[in-house]
Design a protein around this ligand. Structure first.
Ligand SMILES: Nc1ncnc2c1ncn2[C@@H]1O[C@H](COP(=O)(O)OP(=O)(O)OP(=O)(O)O)[C@@H](O)[C@H]1O
Ligand SMILES: [Mg+2]
Length: 320
């Protein structure tokens, strides 16, 4: 893949929120990475590390405090009115809980075709046929068109959410914990579906997930976040070459033996500092078994360690 395949550039995104007591919470602190056409970029990290906040900037749902998001070279954070609406055609989203996102009074055909109707791309009498076509793409039977979302399983509802996201033929689909609420076996079938659709249509995914083992199976790039900061960014198939102690701790937690299995990366040893009271130096230093004086004093800057492998660590671990 060459530089010309880059369709989105996330550049120095900072998002701060005012908090009680005159404090400021920095949910995203200088997040920078590129997204290439037809690839899956996974954003992983423990709860509260800023994944959804970052996605809201990418989805144009929330203005970042500073930084730019270039989509085909154009900064989309500044879009308003019709230009902002038009941008939504190209970047669609799948949420964790479609049951909450869908109107329970709407039939599947109305849910799936709503974006097309909003953009005036189909007539109401074309809904039935379009729904059948979209349901086929997500491997659901055509008769689901007239069902209501509560008459479906969680996995089927998530397929409907994907069908709805596909309706506008977007370039990018962003999934925020889209498989996290599903059983492992269902999760697997949804991932397989997403991968097939990517191969067929060249769709680009931004896949937010706290499950590093899952994303390592199909992501081309992995961005690891911690307390609003990027810790490491590397190719999905080079995860075993991760050099940041945080990424390695996540890997250890996920791929540990049955005896000490910690499926959730949220149970690493040590407490996550309050985002309102971040330590000086590296945000991970209080949990890092390799910390040295410098880590406590000085915050490491994200830099390219080797080709296309970025790290924010003063003392990266040797490749395992
Ligand atoms: N609108 C807001 N106002 C104030 N603080 C916010 C707001 N939105 C998010 N935050 C804070 O920003 C930080 C990052 O939150 P965010 O929801 O982006 O995390 P996340 O990585 O998506 O977590 P999870 O895995 O639990 O979904 C958290 O400390 C959160 O409390
Ligand atoms: Mg979130």
């Amino acid at each position: 893949m060459s530089e010309t395949d880059i369709i989105m550039q996330v550049e120095h995104i900072v998002k701060k929120f005012a908090a009680a007591g005159g404090k400021t919470l920095t949910a995203c602190d200088d997040i920078t990475f590129n997204i290439r056409k037809g690839e899956t970029v996974a954003i992983v990290g423990e709860s509260g590390c800023g994944k959804t906040t970052l996605l809201k900037s990418i989805m144009n749902m929330q203005m970042p405090t500073s930084g730019r998001i270039l989509f085909h070279g154009r900064d989309i954070t500044k879009l308003t009115g019709e230009a902002k609406r038009e941008n939504y055609r190209h970047i669609q989203m799948v949420f964790q809980d479609p049951a909450a996102a869908f109107d329970p009074k709407m039939r599947i055909k109305e849910i799936v075709c709503e974006p097309l109707l909003n953009f005036g791309l189909i007539q109401r009498n074309g809904m039935e046929a379009k729904t059948r076509e979209l349901l086929a793409q997500v491997e659901l039977p055509a008769e689901f068109a007239n069902r209501y979302p509560h008459n479906m399983s969680g996995g089927q509802r998530q397929r409907v959410a994907i069908a709805r996201a596909l309706a506008l033929e977007p370039e990018i689909i962003a999934c925020d914990e889209a498989t996290s609420a599903l059983d492992v076996s269902v999760q697997d079938t949804i991932v397989k579906l997403l991968v097939r659709l990517q191969k067929e249509k060249g769709i680009t995914y931004i896949f937010i997930c706290h499950d590093l083992a899952l994303v390592s199976m199909f992501s081309h790039r992995i961005v690891v976040m911690y307390l609003g900061n990027m810790m490491e960014e590397l190719d999905g198939d080079k995860l075993t070459e991760a050099r940041h102690p945080y990424t390695r701790a996540l890997l250890k937690a996920v791929f540990s033996t049955d005896q000490e299995k910690n499926q959730q990366i949220g149970i690493l040893p040590g407490d996550i500092p309050s985002p309102l009271d971040l330590p000086t130096g590296c945000p991970f230093h209080n949990r890092c078994e390799y910390r040295q004086e410098l880590c406590i004093k000085e915050k490491p800057v994200l830099r390219e360690a080797v080709d296309n492998h970025f790290l924010a660590c003063h003392y990266p671990l040797p490749i395992a």
